[in-house]
Design a protein around this ligand. Structure first.
Ligand code: ADP
Ligand code: NA
Length: 334
């Protein structure tokens, strides 16, 4: 039986180059393995926890769907769906909520961080904290258990939430299973510490720092303009430059072959000007992205086609979710 791997992407922003190198490209490659069955979903119920701007969520959902498809995700071999198209997920969330210990949710990292920050600021412990933030590990458990996913690729901060999903699955199996297990116990797969892509200012590229290079939005011109704004030292053309610690070099490493990356370092040591270096970097990155960007633009301008792909993905996902939920309803007495 293939290993089921499930990945959710929160629909709150526009994908940037860091997302592509750190998440999108490796996931697309992994999805082509024949021993893996991949589930990808646009986590728009999760988006509601941090974003109350409907236009932003809708736009982000469209951009993310187009991005994943343009980057090579094949909807025929993976299950790609919008979370909010699967009504079984919120229903399962409620069944799980009823068997989840509140004390365990009190200890969930995301909630605890917000509560601790409130206490440190001398505020009420729960000031500004919604029930969505408090109980989102249960929604996350439902996302995972609904499809009996075996492996969940996560960052370290999410390991605890996968453990919570295992606990709640075990409790449900124990209470209602009568010898049969409804749920597979999921495992967290912690992503190898991969090099973080730096942003325009040299810090980690992140939408929180407003230092991102857009992946497809704005076309080749936006890519070129962003690369032109990457901070460098003030050495002139002809002066030898230290490649180590340069954001340009780290970005180059993420796209070039080992030979190309060595040549780029050598050229900088020999005095390549920053302007010329940026031009080379642009050409390298654009060479990989240009064919994808063309697909992205075609998709984003055909929302009806995207919608059809997502609806087909939802039908595929619900063919799994609906029969399981029916069994769960019967098990609890509904
Ligand atoms: P952001 O920091 O812009 O809010 P997210 O937290 O939404 O990005 O990250 C989504 C995915 O992209 C995660 O899997 C994360 O590991 C990856 N990612 C984000 N920023 C980078 C980066 N600078 N370098 C490598 N991977 C990144
Ligand atoms: Na596969």
């Amino acid at each position: 039986m293939p290993t089921r791997v499930l990945t959710g992407i929160t629909t709150t922003g526009t994908p940037h180059l860091g997302n592509y190198v750190g998440a999108i490209r490796p996931c697309v490659i992994a999805s082509r393995r024949t021993d893996v069955e991949s589930f990808f979903f646009l986590a728009d119920y999760h988006a509601l926890i941090k974003c109350d701007d409907p236009a932003r969520i809708e736009r982000s959902r469209l951009e993310l769907a187009a991005t994943w498809l343009a980057a090579g995700l094949d909807p025929a071999r993976v299950t790609l769906y919008r979370q909010s198209d699967i009504p079984e997920i919120p229903e399962l969330t409620w069944l799980l909520t009823c068997v989840t210990a509140k004390g365990q949710m009190n200890r969930a990292h995301a909630y605890k961080a917000a509560a601790d920050a409130n206490l440190a600021a001398g505020e009420d412990v729960d000031a500004g904290i919604t029930m969505g933030l408090f109980s989102y590990p249960i929604l996350m458990a439902a996302d995972i258990l609904m499809f009996n996913a075996h492996q969940i690729p996560v960052g370290r901060d999410q390991i605890q939430h996968i453990e919570m999903a295992r606990d709640v699955a075990q409790r449900f199996n124990h209470l209602y299973g009568q010898g049969t297990d409804f749920f597979v116990l999921p495992e967290a797969v912690v992503e190898a510490e991969m090099a973080l892509l730096p942003g325009l200012d040299g810090r980690k590229m992140s939408k929180s720092y407003d230092n991102t290079i857009p992946l497809f939005e704005g076309g080749a011109k936006a890519l070129k303009d962003a690369i032109a704004r990457i901070v460098t030292d003030s050495k002139l053309p002809g002066e030898p430059k230290d490649p180590e610690g340069s954001a340009l070099v780290t970005l180059h490493d993420a796209f070039g072959t080992p030979e190309q990356n060595t040549a780029f370092r050598d050229a900088l040591r020999q005095g390549l000007g920053w302007g010329e270096a940026k031009q080379r970097l642009f050409e390298l990155i654009n060479g990989e992205l240009a064919p994808m960007r063309a697909r992205y633009e075609a998709l984003i301008n055909q929302p009806a086609e995207l919608e059809a792909i997502l609806m087909a993905g939802a039908a595929k996902a619900r063919a799994e979710a609906a029969p399981l939920l029916q069994r769960l309803r019967e098990a609890v007495g509904l």
